[in-house]
Unconditional design. Structure first.
Length: 595
């Protein structure tokens, strides 16, 4: 065996070993399995005093005899749509933070020899899940999937699920108590029931090696027939490999590629992946590309690129609320495409899995992030484990997406020793889980007496990119003053300005010196883009933000009314003047990097 192949095999085994140690039990790409959707109407009870715990709401009692005292009743309670946050569905729940109980029935005929799983795309923030009155388990973190096996609890015929959801903010949570977006609560993503064979394909990974010559990865079975032969096929390229799984159900592989076109934003080539075992088949769509940095450059498939981006919240401003379907998400990414983006920063928490799958199809590179945002309880080991778990769940879920090139471990965090330890450990953790992507965080800088922006954050040493947010011309002075500023960034790494932006109320026209006017926002972008274009290592920008978004922190009664107005697009979907300034910049950068 060639030395390089041997080394790759060792690396593949090492990676697969590490991911095996992470405590995640989720069927990869569950939507492509034998599933029943449990979306739709769920009964709900708002419970600000946690009465349901004492009243045992999880038993879902129905009054048996007329004199029975029952102080709750799901069967006659009104319903909320799932997926969907509660805030945008009921006027009286717009500002509600606390406990809401959800309940629904489902009917199933369990088949002999099959296994059954309940899978949730996301519940914000805590979920306590019961099936037929029995506790299945808990999940914490509002933006990542979780799953329970219910084979031994499912009944033939009618079943019921009760979930206690709670989006109360606490200082030890991730995110903590203070953040600049709406704290949408509830079952915000799809719920599915999956029927699996006794031994099934639980997880798999396929990655292009750094030399772009091989595909490396693993297949993980679960069940009792763990030692099998599995086949991995890349259909359109006519490639296939057969490999045995070991006693733990794991097969690692590496094989040379032929006839594979690399994935790029310009040509987002995806392949049908089929994984076959004696007891199960899994399918997926994947693209293959490499991403690395070399000095000040970001190399996609070995070629220097510029990330023409924009930041995004997972919110449909037209609702306004959390997106409720794939088409809501497609609308957001289509707006980014109209801005001529090849890149999107999915801030500040893991977005819906559909987002990265759409980005794979549409040709958008992604920055994905966990909500380690502003002030976190840095010295609390439980908080650290929570952040690490959310990060692991995100990486586990999206590791096969070609679009995802950056894992961000947080946003605008204070430069202290405790935070360095917390986030430095997160960075190390990411590198252990995934060696094929870049690690980053949106850092903060400072401005010295000569109006020079500088960075002095040792966390930068742990990261592949220099990314920072800056609001010169909005929180600091005004847009007309921007030309007086300069940047002094001297590291030999690519620089991405992960945020810069200014607010404008769509349709409010005035002069460039008037706050919240479209003209002031337009001038802000003209001056900012001129200024940052002078940074020699600039390799990407993600203006804050694509569309206006709701935030309880934005209280100006005339211009904001609970909206952060830094969108390039209004809450009704209209492009502001600044949109076209950013688009022109993107067009110019596209031309420059085509050469
Ligand atoms: C920031 C934050 C972002 C805010 C934004 C703003 O620096 O990262 O979450 O929404 O500023 O509008 O102030």
């Amino acid at each position: 065996m060639k030395k390089s192949i041997l080394l790759l095999l060792v690396i593949a085994a090492f990676i697969s070993n590490l991911s095996a140690q992470i405590n995640i039990n989720i069927i990869q790409n569950i939507k492509a399995r034998n599933i029943t959707s449990l979306d739709g109407k769920w009964h709900y009870i708002v419970d600000p005093f946690n009465t349901g715990e004492w009243g045992k709401f999880h038993f879902n009692k129905i009054q048996d005899v007329p004199d029975e005292l029952l102080e709750y009743d799901f069967s006659t309670a009104t319903a909320l749509n799932v997926p969907g946050d509660w805030n945008s569905q009921k006027n009286e729940l717009q500002y509600y933070e606390g406990i809401v109980w959800y309940q629904r029935d489902f009917f199933v005929h369990p088949q002999p020899g099959k296994r059954y799983f309940l899978n949730f795309g996301a519940v914000n923030y805590k979920a306590e899940v019961y099936l037929n009155g029995r506790l299945l388990g808990n999940h914490e973190g509002g933006f990542t999937p979780f799953q329970f096996e219910i084979s031994d609890k499912i009944l033939d015929g009618d079943n019921f699920i009760v979930i206690k959801t709670d989006n109360t903010r606490y200082a030890e949570n991730v995110p903590a108590e203070n953040f600049d977006w709406w704290n949408y609560g509830g079952i915000t993503r799809d719920v599915v029931l999956a029927e699996m064979n006794e031994t099934y394909i639980n997880d798999y990974s396929l990655q292009l090696t750094k030399d772009m010559k091989n595909i490396t990865g693993y297949v993980q079975l679960k069940g009792t027939q763990l030692a099998q032969e599995v086949t991995v096929q890349i259909m359109e390229a006519n490639l296939q490999i057969k490999i045995p799984t070991n006693a733990n159900g794991r097969a690692t592989f590496i094989f040379p590629i032929k006839n594979v076109e690399y994935w790029t934003p310009e040509k987002p080539q995806l392949y049908t992946i089929k994984i076959l075992s004696n007891t199960d088949t899994a399918t997926d769509k994947m693209g293959f590309r490499t991403i690395e940095t070399k000095g000040k450059d970001i190399l996609l498939n070995g070629k220097s690129i510029f990330l023409r981006g924009v930041c995004l919240h997972e919110e449909n401003p037209l609702i306004p609320g959390r997106p409720r379907s794939k088409s809501d998400l497609k609308m957001l990414l289509s707006w980014a495409k109209e801005l001529n983006c090849n890149y999107v920063r999915l801030s500040h928490y893991p977005h819906n899995e559909y987002m990265s799958r759409l980005a794979d199809e549409m040709g958008l590179l992604l920055w994905e992030e966990v909500p380690v945002y502003w002030s976190i309880d840095w010295e609390n080991s439980i908080t650290y484990e929570n952040a690490k778990q959310q990060l692991s769940e995100l990486i586990y879920r999206d590791k096969n997406r070609a679009s995802v090139i950056i894992w961000s471990i947080g946003n605008e965090t204070p430069n202290t020793d405790a935070r360095y330890k917390f986030m430095g450990d997160l960075a190390d953790h990411v590198r252990r889980m995934d060696t094929t992507r870049l690690v980053s965080a949106a850092l903060l800088g400072y401005i010295d007496s000569t109006k020079t922006f500088r960075l002095n954050d040792s966390l930068g040493n742990k990261l592949d990119l220099i990314c920072f947010n800056e609001y010169i011309g909005w929180y600091i002075e005004n847009p007309a003053a921007i030309p007086q500023y300069s940047f002094a960034i001297d590291a030999n790494k690519p620089v991405i300005i992960s945020e810069f932006g200014a607010e404008a109320l769509g349709g409010f026209y005035a002069d460039t010196a008037t706050r919240f006017s479209e003209e002031m926002q337009e001038l802000f972008y003209k001056n900012q883009l001129k200024l940052i274009a002078g940074i020699p290592a600039l390799r990407g920008t993600s203006p804050w933000i694509l569309a206006d978004f709701r935030s309880p922190k934005r209280l100006n009664p005339v211009y904001q009314e609970g909206w952060n107005r830094k969108g390039l697009i209004t809450e009704t979907g209209k492009k502001k003047k600044a949109f076209f300034v950013v688009k022109a910049f993107n067009d110019a950068m596209e031309k420059k990097y085509k050469k």
